[in-house]
Design a protein around this ligand. Sequence first.
Ligand code: HEM
Length: 641
Amino acid sequence: MRTLVTSFSGISSAKHSRNCKNCRHLSSRHLVLARPLGNLRGSGSNEPLSTSAKGHCTLCRGHNRQLRRARRLVCTASFSDTLMGVGLFFTPSILAVVYAFFKGKGNVKDGLSKMLTEVSQGYFQPDVGGENIPIAQGELSDLAGDEPLFKALYQWFLDSGGVYKLAFGPKAFIVVSDPVVVRHLLKENAFNYDKGVLAEILEPIMGKGLIPADLETWKPRRRAIVPAFHKAYLDAMVAMFGRCTHETIRSLDALTAGTSPAVTDMEEVFLNLGLDIIGLGVFNYEFNSMTKESPVIKAVYGVLKEAEHRSTFYIPYWNIPVTRYIVPRQRKFHADLEVINDCLDGLIARAKQTRQADDVDALQARDYSKVTDPSLLRFLVDLRDADLSDKQLRDDLMTMLIAGHETTAAVLTWTLFALMSNPEVERKMLQEIDSVLGDKTPDLEDIKQLPYVRAALAESLRMYPQPPILIRRSLADDVLPPGLNGDPAGYPIGKGADIFISVWNLHRSPYLWKDPDVFRPERFTEANSNPDFKGAWAGYRPGTEGSSMYPNEVASDFAFIPFGGGARKCVGDQFALTEAAVAIAMLLRRYTFKFEKGPEGVGMATGATIHTANGLKVTVAQRQRQRVASEDAPALAGVSA
Ligand code: HEM
């Protein structure tokens, strides 16, 4: 196992920190709470947690002073899963590396992070408030073993509540898993927050694209981009999704002809399909990744891999200018970036040469059946008064390429995983697909007639949110609301506080969902609420999702946020889910899929999205078609058509 030990001020090593100074309790889950937790309970063997003393060891209630001074978590985390644990401190980083190598024994990364911690002890951590937020303390590896970090955060949520604090390296993070607090962060006081660590990681790749952009850049770009996803565009896109899925079918047919059935990695298949679709949808570029491997495709995957490396690697060594010349992977990254930028610059130049400026309304009213290039790039270039620099346009395109590719592929991967694990849901989906579509390539109206398919995709996003964590940093002081059983005074935080919104925890919260670990699309037809919130959370109310074709943050009052919510909500949600619906419907009706080695063989890993650890290896065979009478099709009222 690749491990990283981080230890923090006031506690000199991981081992030492496990011992309470007072009672010498040697618990690997030495949880320390700073406020009453009411009816929140620990799970597994944990007893209900301490409800009294401030900052005390849960066993002896001692240890107080040291812990309040420390306010930090000692954790042992899978190194690759140290999601966004990016310390921004070069000097200690370099010293840490030197220290680790000269120390020459034990786990190099342990020494490295220990050094990092010791050098930065009590020095780099800005005072970001949150004094009354419960502190989770323990070791990630004890909680989740080799599992990804977002899973470990779940155990702490059950133990410590919907708002708790933990630390990676010299940084402390506030982990939020409560819909009331999430609503505050994403909607009610959204402009008090930017993307913090995430923006730092993505800026070299996406520049000032919509995801990492500061608020000043973001506002006009968002105003220009949102209208580009209009109805006629979506109609044209759905036809394109069908064409691209036919290409996938051609390659699976070739695979299953003769030696049928065959084994293939469906995660890879979905990544290829996703890339072809996003290339055409965003800038009308044919990646044709099912059939060829161009340098641009290789570069796209290279850049995605680097983005992932940066988001999961502890020390941001790439910010040291010389590394782009001497570190091979950084050299490769810059070469890849150049290939993509050249490609995008060429596409932008071509689009500008053929520019026909128009108002938004006129652009949206174009006859898309006759438009040869329906892409977002065409729309953004043709938009009158856009007054855009090529660099800004390129940043926007790069952002949408990355935001829309892997996410949708991951949704398809985990939906197929869930369906193979839940044959009854797959059977109901097939009934609906057969009765509504038959052999037809679906259009937008058809997708509206597939409520069960759409609910299954939403359920996949509930259980496997892409990404599982959203990141924010406060721009000014704020007070977080208490949420369920929190401190009635709320939680004052300062400027610079880093926040993880755990979408995984929210979507699997036992306080919000019945049987949260069960894959059951029907749940989206059932209203539910929790009186313990005392009216602060409105519950899940099917039928209130507005014009969305899918359950969303409005209907769930921020308990279901697969696309975020509020001002910075995803702009591609309808695009992505329609794409997933077309692809899954067309593939399911044609093939049967079975795990090659059972669900355990798939594994889970953290990247920008949730990856499989070993690929989604399946045995695929052509389906023996059985027509299903339309009256057998499942009725799913409540998921709006
Ligand atoms: C199933 C697929 C997708 C998922 C799960 C997804 C998820 C998300 C989430 C959770 C956010 C909010 C991030 C935050 O608040 O920090 C977001 C933002 C964004 N997404 Fe998506 N996305 C998907 C597909 C797409 C597609 C297809 C596009 C474009 C073609 C896209 C473009 C964007 C952009 C530009 C933003 C930033 C919006 C802003 O800050 O104003 N996404 N996405």
